[in-house]
Write a protein that binds this ligand. Sequence first.
Ligand code: 2BA
Length: 109
Amino acid sequence: MKLLIVIVQDQDVSDLSEKLRENGHMFTKLSSSGGFLRSGNTTLLLGAADEAVPGLLDLIQKCCKSRKQPAPAYTMLSSDYSFALGTPYEVTVGGATVFILNVDEFHKF
Ligand code: 2BA
């Protein structure tokens, strides 16, 4: 069994949740925020059989789109706290960030 930790942009969550439910997957939704942009995103915890993982990755890839977002000014701070020279820039966020962990044990009481 695997545990998938899936970080998705809020705009993609309802589509992905719907598709996961349609396909019979159980998951837990957590509100989270990105350490870099400090804006909200959603983290899904998804326990699944090993053989379900390829299908899940496919589904996640289809539902989660990449988007360009302006990087706020504080991300341009350099380590000595002076503003780095340069014009505002954009970063590409997503599709989704997925971690896959082996599950040693799984219990439901
Ligand atoms: P954030 O940390 O808010 O990052 C948003 C986007 O900013 C990232 O998109 C990436 O394109 C850019 N970015 C992040 N750190 C950067 C840096 N030090 N310098 C320049 N650009 C940077 P994604 O890579 O698609 O990540 C989307 C969200 O997924 C992240 O939001 C974070 O919440 C999560 N994430 C991504 N990689 C992670 C990791 N290795 N560990 C934990 N969470 C991660």
